[in-house]
Design a protein around this ligand. Structure first.
Ligand code: 2M8
Length: 425
């Protein structure tokens, strides 16, 4: 079965390749998505390293003049997805959405450098792009009180429908949003997707961005939705480390120094999201001060090396172990012991292999191979049983959402089979 899955993973990466960029899944997601692409590159590295580099270049090529790398790049028209380029109206070439996504790019760059696939001018260009993007987060997405990184739309977090966004999203006025036709529910079961009410508010936030002329620094001050996220902050910490490492190897010492400085400030920001009662970092609604009510999967990035002081990391590890007892497959996107947990609904409970990959990467760096192995073994079992789906039930392992998914295939090749890049060191 394992070998057969290897072949299937390679076939998915080839089939979802649109020439220079990959789509997350044919039909459901027909454009280039930001963090999907960074993970895809790590999958392509196992088939065709040149193609892996190109994936990152097409993504970086869509960078805005202000430094933001957008969450979707619309290289070609496709009627199969809503909201498309006309709705976002970003005015960019190529057309893009107007928000960002978790910054996995530098993590992919560093891994390609380590494997000997990326160097010279092409490397320098990518490092400069990643550095400008990381810098942009400090100007356009920083919580002035904690120094943690915020999102102006649930879609920015990549964990779109996570319950901790609910309150802030409910406060968004969607009364003026004109009727529209969703496309996602034509591809997958509506019971697994966000509700229509949530979708209306997603669109209201897009319209708010357009009305501001997509001025990202202004949006940080005025957007009704502005929530600090341990996920975004933790991933940016990993990305700053990766950037410092790759820039150091490339001899770009100023750039490496800037990344290290930002990393130190982000670690403080991550720590400021610690919730003593919860024993975990949680979201913070910057507009109201309200905190997330439960533990989401990304909190476990805090188990990574140097993210939290020892006593807090130990408390967080106890929460990890409690959840690990409750589910068959780690890591559920939301705490299974709370009322808001939904086993099959998008980002309200199911397991995503790319989240597992990031959490396990942190655990390994911290020397916690025991918990990292639990995550890897569960990830392997999910794919062996269910194939390459978008996400899975943490209870039954049932495959859910879209099929033949690019980042799940990449996670299989690089994280499950390739042991997180350890084979390449
Ligand atoms: C999902 O998000 C898109 C919007 O960006 C959607 O639901 O329409 C999320 O799982 C996101 O993290 C992911 O990047 C994207 C493509 O896989 O799908």
């Amino acid at each position: 079965m394992t070998r057969q899955r290897d072949d299937e993973a390679l076939a998915i990466l080839r089939e979802n390749d649109r020439g220079g960029f990959s789509v997350p899944a044919a039909g459901l997601y027909p454009f280039q998505w930001n963090w999907d692409s960074a993970f895809a590159a790590l999958g392509y590295a196992h088939i065709d390293p040149e193609r892996a580099v190109t994936e990152l270049e097409t993504l970086a090529h869509a960078q805005w003049p202000d430094g933001m790398i957008p969450h979707i790049v619309f290289h070609r028209e496709d009627e199969g997805y809503f909201p498309g380029p006309g709705v976002w109206a970003s005015g960019m070439t190529p057309p893009t959405s107007g928000i960002t996504q978790p910054p996995v790019l530098a993590i992919a760059i560093a891994r390609l450098v380590k494997a000997g696939h990326l160097h010279g001018e092409r490397l320098n260009t990518l490092l400069v792009a990643a550095n400008a993007w990381h810098d942009w987060f400090q100007h356009a997405r920083r919580d002035p009180e904690t120094g943690a990184i915020c999102v102006i739309h649930p879609w920015e977090s990549g964990r779109d429908n996570m319950p901790d966004w609910d309150d802030a999203l409910d406060a968004v006025d969607a009364s003026h949003v004109q009727p529209f036709k969703r496309r996602d529910t034509g591809h997958v079961d509506a019971a697994m997707r966000p509700t229509d009410e949530q979708y209306k508010r997603y669109i209201a936030l897009v319209e708010f961005g357009i009305a501001s002329g997509w001025d990202q620094e202004a949006l940080a001050r005025t957007c009704p939705f502005f929530v600090a996220d341990p996920g975004m902050t933790g991933i940016l910490i990993l990305a700053e480390r990766a950037l410092a490492d790759a820039a150091g190897k490339a001899g770009l010492n100023d750039l490496a120094g800037a990344a290290r400085d930002r990393e130190a400030r982000l670690i403080e920001g991550f720590g400021a999201l610690w919730d003593e009662e919860m024993g975990a970092p949680t979201t913070r609604n910057v507009r109201t001060g309200a905190r997330g009510k439960n533990i989401s999967s990304m909190a476990f990035l805090g188990l990574g090396f140097g993210m939290l002081p020892e006593a807090r990391a130990a408390r967080l590890a106890a929460e990890f172990d409690r959840i690990a007892e409750r589910v068959t497959f780690m890591v559920p996107s939301y705490d299974p012991d709370c009322d808001l947990f939904e086993e099959a609904r998008y980002w309200r409970g199911p397991v995503w292999l790319v989240v597992n990959w990031l959490i396990a990467m942190g655990l390994e760096a911290a020397g916690d191979t025991h918990r990292a192995d639990r995550i890897r073994d569960d990830s392997r079992a999910l794919v062996e049983e269910g194939g390459f789906f978008e996400y899975y039930s943490p209870m039954s392992g049932a495959p859910l959402g879209g099929g033949t998914f690019t980042w799940t295939a990449a996670a299989w090749l690089d994280f499950v089979r390739g042991t997180n890049g350890r084979d390449q060191s």
